[in-house]
Design a binder for this molecule. Sequence first.
Ligand SMILES: Nc1ncnc2c1ncn2[C@@H]1O[C@H](COP(=O)(O)OP(=O)(O)OP(=O)(O)O)[C@@H](O)[C@H]1O
Ligand SMILES: [Mg+2]
Length: 968
Amino acid sequence: MPSIANLFSTRRPTLGNLEKHGPDIAGTPDIESKKSPTQSQPVAREQQEQLICAILSRFAQVPVSAIFVMEPGWNPSGLSDEQASLVLRTHGPNIPVAERPLAALQILWGAIANPFNILLTILAVISAATKQIPTFAVMMAMVFASTGLRYWQELKSMIQAVNLIKSVTTNTRVLRYRASGPEELEIDQRDVVPGDIIAVTSGDVFPGDCILITAEAVTITQASLTGEMMPIEKTVRLAAPLPGETLDLLHNDNVCLAGTSVVTGNGHALVVSTGKDTYMASIASELAKQRPENATQIGIRKVSYVLMGFMAVMAPIVFIVQGAVSKNWKGAVMFAIAIAVGITPEMLPMIVTSNLALSAVRVARKKVIVKRFDAIQSLGAVRILCSDKTGTLTADHVRISMSTTGAGGLSQLPIELAYINSSLQTGSRSPIDHAIVDFVNESEQDTFTYIPRDGWVKQGEVPFDSSRRLLSVLVSRPGGDGSEGLLITKGAVEEVLDVCVSTYNHHPSPSSEASKPLGLDVSPSMTSFLTASERQKILETAQRLNEEGLRLVAVACREQLIKPFMTISCSDESELTFIGFIGLLDPLKPDAAQAIKDLAALNVQVRILTGDAPAVAAKVARDLGLIPSRQQLSTEDDVEAFSSSKGEEGLILTGVQLAALVDDQDAYKDAIDRCIIFAKLSPYQKLEVVKALRAGDGGRAVAFLGDGVNDALAIRGADVGISVDSGTDIAKEAADVILLEKSLGVVADGVVEGRITLINTLKYIKMATSSNFGNIFSVLVASAWLPYQPMLPLQLLVQNLLYDFSQASIPWDNVDPEYLEAPKTWGAKSIIRFMVCMGPFSSPFDITTFCINWFHYGIRTVDSPLVPRAQTNWFLEGSLTQLFIIHFLRTGKLPFIQSRASVPVVCTTFGIAGIAIAIPYMPKVNTALHLTPPEPIFFAYLLGMITGYALVVHVAKTIYQLAFKEWL
Ligand SMILES: Nc1ncnc2c1ncn2[C@@H]1O[C@H](COP(=O)(O)OP(=O)(O)OP(=O)(O)O)[C@@H](O)[C@H]1O
Ligand SMILES: [Mg+2]
C-alpha cells in the first residue's frame, strides 16, 4: 500500500490556518442549535441533511489531493498535538449520540404529557369552574406529585444510563504530525476532531463523518444508520468534480459516516465532522423510532389497550347508571372521570423505568453494561445463548503449539512464512496473528532456519475476511532487486487447499533444504502435484490435530514477479504451493464450564456458532459438557441412544451442510433445533442461524455473544446482542450489552437480573389491573344501588394516588427464587387472565361495606348527614384491602411466612396504610376531602374484612396456580 507520506508531501501545518479552519467547520451552521432532532419536522430534517451534505460535499467531491490544498491547516500526515488540542477546545469533544443525554426539559415534558395528568387537569379545571377550590388544589397537587416522581426517576435513570455507556471505551488510531514523519497514536474517540487523519481497519467504527484518503479493499457496513447489513465498497476519490454532481450521503464512494464500520480492508480517512454535526446525530431521534418494539414494549402497549378499552366502556356505563339513579348528572360526570383516572395505570412508565435502571446499575457492578436499559429485560427472556468460541468459551490466550508439514511432521517452515505474513499484514490483528508474531519475537534469534527473517518488503496485501478465510501478502525477497517476490497466504485449511495446486517437498533437515539465496525456493523442482489422495491425507492430518483441540492455520505460497504499481486481489490467491500447518492452542476459560452449568440451571441453552473447524469446536463443547463425551455416557443404553441419534455428528452442523439444507425447510428447522455446534459459518450464516433459532418453537428470545467483525451481523440480528469491551468496535457498536470482563458467568447474572426486572414489572401490572377490575364491579353495584355517591371523585383520586405511592417501591422488591428458574416473557394473555380471575374477589368485601353502611348505619338517602361516614368507610376499606393484598399478590406462596417482601415494600405498604387511616382524623385535610373519623367499631369490621379477603385470595391463588401452573 502506498504510505500516506508518499501520497502527499509532508507539509508542516500552520496553526494560523487551523484557527481559521476552527470557525469554518466547527462554526458551520450549528445544526443542533437550529433545531433539535427530537423536535424535528420533515422540513427541519431536510435542512439539517442539506447542511451536513454541504459540509461533506466540499471535501467529498474533489480529488483527495485537493482537500489539503483547500484546507491548508489540514495535513495528510495528521494534525500536530497543539492543533488537535486547539480544535478540541474550540469545537468540543466528539460525544457519540448514545452518550448525549436528553435535555432535562424533554424528560419533564414526557412526564407531564400523559393521559393521567390530562384527565386530572380537566377534572381540576371542572372543579375550579364549579368553585370546588379544595378539590382543585388536591388534584393539582396530585399532578405535581406524580409528575415530580416520574421526572425524578427518569432523570436519575438517564444520568445513570449515560454514565454506564461512558465506561465502555472506544479508541481511534489517529496520525499526529511529527517533524520526523507521521506517528500513529491511539486516542479516545471523544478526542477526535475535524481535521484528524485516522487509520482504520476491519472492525473499526468511524468516529465522525469522514472522507477516505487511502483505501485497500475497504468495505463498510452502514447497518447502524440504515439497518442494511450488506457491506458496500468504498474507494478514494481521484477524479475532479463533474458538472452538476450532487452528494448522496449514504451512497457516496468516498464518504464514511460516523457510526458506520469497516468490514474488510484498511485505509486512512480524514475526519470532517464530529459530535452533533454528524449525520448520525441529525437522525438520532429517527433512529430511535425505527428500532422495532421489543417484547416488553409490545406487552405494555397491549395491556394499555386493554385498560383503555375498559375505560372507554366503563366510564360511560358508570356515568349513565349513576346519573339515572342519583339524577345528579354533574356529579355523575365527575365520578365517571375519576373512575377513568383510576383505571389508568399511570405509574406504569415510572415503574418500568425505575425497574430497568435499578437492574442496569446492579448488573453494572458485575461489569455488565447495558447500552439500552430495555435490553436487560430481553436478557431475562433469553432461551438460547449463542456464542462464538474464542475469547468467551476459550481464554483467548492463543499460543503456538506446533508447526508441521501436511503429513504432520514437525517443520519450522510454516511458522517462518506465517511470521512474514502476520508481521507485515496491516488488517485487524487477530489473536492468531498476535500469537504468531509474539511466538517468533520471543524465540531465540536463530529460530529462522529456512528463510531470512528480515528484509522482506511488503508490496501488496489481501486482508483477511471471514467468508474467504484467507490472508495474503505479497513480499519482495530480501536483498533482491525488488522484482522477485513471494505471495504468502495463510488461512483455514480447506480454503487454503482449495487454492493450492502443489505441495512443498520438505526435506529432513534445513541444511538439505534447497533454499534460494534470496529465500525459499518453491519452483516446480521443489514441489509435487497436489493429488486428490495427497489432499485427503492433509485433511486427515488436520482432522486429527483438530480433534486434539488445536486450531489450525494452513500456510501456502507462490513465486510472483513484482511489477511497478502492482496491486493484488483475491484472484491472485491461486496456484499456490501448500507448505504446512501451524497448530494453535487456546485453553478453555476456567469459569466457562461452571457458567454453562449456571445457564443450564436457568434453562438457557448454549450453542456454539463459529467460523472454525467442527472438530475443534466439538472438542471445546465436549470439554465444557455441552455435548456428552463417551466417558459421560454411563450405561450401554445411553451410548446406544446417543449413537442412534447420529451421535456427536448429529449435534454438529457446518456452513456447507447448512447451505445444502436451505431447500428442505423441515430438515433445516430440525437441524437448527437439534445441533449444538455450528461450525465453519460465514458471518451471514451466523446471522441466519440466529434468525432460524429465533423463529423456532413459536418464537423465542436468542442472545448472541461475540467479539469479532464476523460476529457483528449476528449480534445485531439477535434479541440481545452481547459483546465484550475488548472486542472489535463494530461488534460493540452492534451490541445491546457489553461485558467489561470476558466471562460467560456474568451473562448468567445478567439473565437473573433481567428476570427480576420483568417479574417486578409484572407484579405491578397484575396488581394494578386486577385491583382496578375488581373496583369496577363494586362501582357498578354501588352506582345501581346507592342513591348517593359511594365515594366522592376527589376521594377516589386520593385513594388512587396513595395506592400508586405504595407501588412505587415494587422495583425494590424481592423475587421468589422459583420465578428466576425459567425464561420469562411478557404475556398480555397471562395478565388479562390474572386480572379477570383475581380482580373480582375484592368486590364482595366492598359490597359488605355498602351493606354495613346501609343496614348498620342506616345511610340510605342522598341527603343523609351520614353520607361522609359511608364514604369514609369505603375509602378505608378499599385502601386497606388493596394495600394489604399487595403482600398476597406479590408471591405465589404464603406471604410473610414463606415469602417476605423487601423492606421498602413493607415500609411503603404499612406506612401508606397508616396515612390512609390517619387522613379522616387530620383537621383541614379531612374537611377538604369530606372525610370524617369512623366509629371505632368499624375497625373491627375492617379487620374481619381484611382477614376474610386474605383467606379468600389465598385459596383462589392456590387454585389458580393448580389450574394455570403459573402465578406471576
Ligand atoms: N488472521 C488470520 N490469518 C489466517 N487465518 C485466519 C486468521 N484468522 C482466522 N483464520 C482462519 O479462519 C478460521 C476461522 O476463524 P474466524 O476467526 O473467522 O472464526 P470465528 O468464528 O471468529 O472463530 P471463533 O469462534 O473461534 O471466534 C480459523 O480457524 C483460522 O483457520
Ligand atoms: Mg471470533
